[in-house]
Design a protein around this ligand. Structure first.
Ligand code: ATP
Ligand code: MG
Length: 530
């Protein structure tokens, strides 16, 4: 476990999970009637290595005996269905052998039957590639006794998920999520609000703008069943006006009908009973406190009574965040409360939970549509540019010592022309380039170029003594850290939008007298010619 990045300030630990789990875990938690489990999961049987190849006619009795032995030794599971199938196969062989040479047609039929049942033998545990990770986090929580940790236990994960969906923009069969879960005995709506606020501040930090938070409460085990019953009976009345998927869901999972995007169904759905009017007093109180807590934190939200989410374990708080530039796959994050899940999976009943999962592929798409890099992805602070003959050797030596002093250094390839190298550096997000040219080598001084857009007044060169270059790198690190903090603060206090460049921000601060007016903008204060 480790603690990193956005979560460090909130003491959240990373949990590393397996990428596959017993199918049973997802079937029980996500729910059998959900699309994820019924259609989208990649599931396979963990076949034993020594399982014999399919038998020929003469090998059938020995084959069945072999399976029997594997079952006795525990290599293949001794399930009720396997025991029965084996009996059936034995009977079939008993019937097949006496007739196999006499009545060809009958024998063929038995032969086909034999293979049909043989296929039904479960050879090993059913395993699924994880379609989501909350179930795995809860499994880990239970397995490692985390209920004894100080609560709430805060965990986050990053990694690939797998769903068999129709691939399209923003929807892939292997996609990536960053998710977080908060587990503990309290279901205080303030925790829900804190989690959502953390999420939004993460989006702010990576400069994902134009997001909308949709929120809803879907009740709990006291009030939801009655609502579902009511919904089902209302849906049955309008069954003819719904498509095949929604018709099926009336019986299997009526809440999911509300999620439908089918155009013709929208008018029907608008007239269905709404859960907000059927919440029990506790759920109602929980929901209105949540809205209050969000307002307290200045978090803007939109209520959406049709937000139900495709997983069974959610209760009360559910939410989704959409972002621009994504077309119809515009949800970048989904989450909610799942108070009964830990108990359902065999953990302490008192443990409640709330979490979210961000779809990072879609976040990246949205950022790209706004022509933004994912913040932090261009991690280079410095470039060392010297690409020919002796200057190349010197550039490597300097880059090495700067890296040792902790700087992230961009080194253009040998032979790249100066102009091109600087362009590449600017594209990689470098803000300061150290130019190591022939003249510089002679004079024992490097040229320093402050790049746009950091220095908005245009590029400016200065010079630095060769021996001072590594300490100069340390200075840059301090500065970029300060700059980041300043921006976060300015955005949080509403002084400037996150898209504001640092020097315009400083100018703005001076105009508004947040900073003293005479303070020169950063970038002119040091590194000047000496
Ligand atoms: P959708 O309604 O778009 O199918 P979902 O409700 O199935 O989403 P969740 O299970 O809540 O999604 O997963 C959380 C987030 O993971 C989604 O908001 C989305 O950003 C992302 N996500 C889900 N499925 C995919 C996928 N197949 N490809 C890319 N991202 C995905
Ligand atoms: Mg989906």
């Amino acid at each position: 476990m480790e603690s990193r990045g956005a979560g460090r300030a909130r003491s959240i630990c990373r949990v590393r999970l397996r990428r596959n789990e017993p199918t049973e875990l997802f079937a029980r938690s996500v729910g059998l009637d959900t699309d994820i489990v019924s259609k989208e999961m990649y599931t396979f049987e963990d076949r034993p290595a020594e399982f014999p190849p399919p038998p020929t006619m003469g090998e059938m009795p020995a084959h069945i005996e072999g399976i029997g032995r594997l079952m006795e030794s525990g290599t293949i599971p001794r399930t009720e269905s396997n025991v029965n199938t084996l009996k059936l196969l034995n009977n079939l062989v008993g019937e097949l052998y006496p007739i196999r040479e006499k009545t060809f047609e009958k024998a063929t039929q038995k032969w086909i039957e034999f293979f049909f049942y043989l296929n039904g033998v479960q050879l090993g545990e059913r395993i699924s590639l994880r379609p989501e990770a909350t179930a795995s986090v809860v499994r880990a929580y239970i397995e490692h006794g985390m209920h004894t940790w100080p609560s709430p236990v805060k965990l986050y994960y990053i990694g690939p998920m797998f769903r068999r969906e129709r691939p399209q923009k923003g929807r892939y069969r292997q996609f990536y999520q960053i998710g977080a879960e908060l587990l503990g005995p309290s279901d205080d709506p303030a925790l829900d609000a804190e989690l959502i606020e953390m999420l939004l501040s993460f989006f702010e930090r990576i400069r994902l703008t134009g997001t909308t938070l949709f929120i809803n409460s879907i009740g709990d085990k006291n009030c939801r069943p009655a609502y579902i019953q009511l919904l089902r009976s209302e849906l049955r009345k309008v069954r003819d006006r719904l498509g095949a998927d929604s018709q099926r869901r009336i019986e299997t999972n009526p809440l999911r009908v509300l999620d439908s995007k089918v155009h013709e169904e929208q008018a029907v759905i608008e007239n269905l009973p709404r859960i907000a009017e059927h919440l029990c007093p506790d759920c109602k109180a929980h929901y209105s406190k949540l809205l209050q807590e969000l307002e307290l934190r200045g978090v803007a939200y939109k209520e959406n009574w049709r937000l139900v989410r495709g997983l069974d374990y959610y209760m009360r708080t559910t939410f989704e965040i959409t972002a621009p530039g994504l077309g119809s796959q515009n949800a970048v994050c989904g989450g909610g409360r799942y108070d009964g899940l830990v108990e359902l999976l065999g953990g302490p009943a008192a443990t409640k939970g709330i979490g979210f999962a961000i779809g990072t592929d879609r976040v990246a798409l949205s950022l790209q549509s706004e022509h933004k890099d994912v913040a932090g992805s261009s991690k280079y602070e410095l470039a060392v540019v010297g690409t020919t003959g002796d200057t190349w050797n010197e550039a490597i030596r300097l880059a090495e010592s700067l890296r040792k002093s902790g700087a992230e250094v961009f080194l253009p390839r040998q032979g790249t022309r100066l102009k091109q190298a600087l362009e590449q550096a600017a594209k990689s997000g470098v803000r300061v380039a150290i130019i190591v040219g022939e003249d510089e080598l002679k004079n024992q001084r490097y040229t320093i170029r402050v790049m746009q857009p950091f220095y908005e007044g245009g590029q400016r060169d200065s010079s630095i003594a060769v021996s001072r270059a590594p300490s100069y790198a340390a200075l840059i690190r301090v500065r970029s850290e300060l700059e980041r903090k300043l921006k976060t603060w300015a955005v949080a206090s509403g002084l400037a939008p996150s898209a504001f460049g640092i020097s315009s921000l400083l100018n703005l601060m001076m105009q508004q007298q947040v900073l003293p007016p005479k303070t020169p903008p950063l970038g002119k204060t040091w590194g000047g010619k000496t």
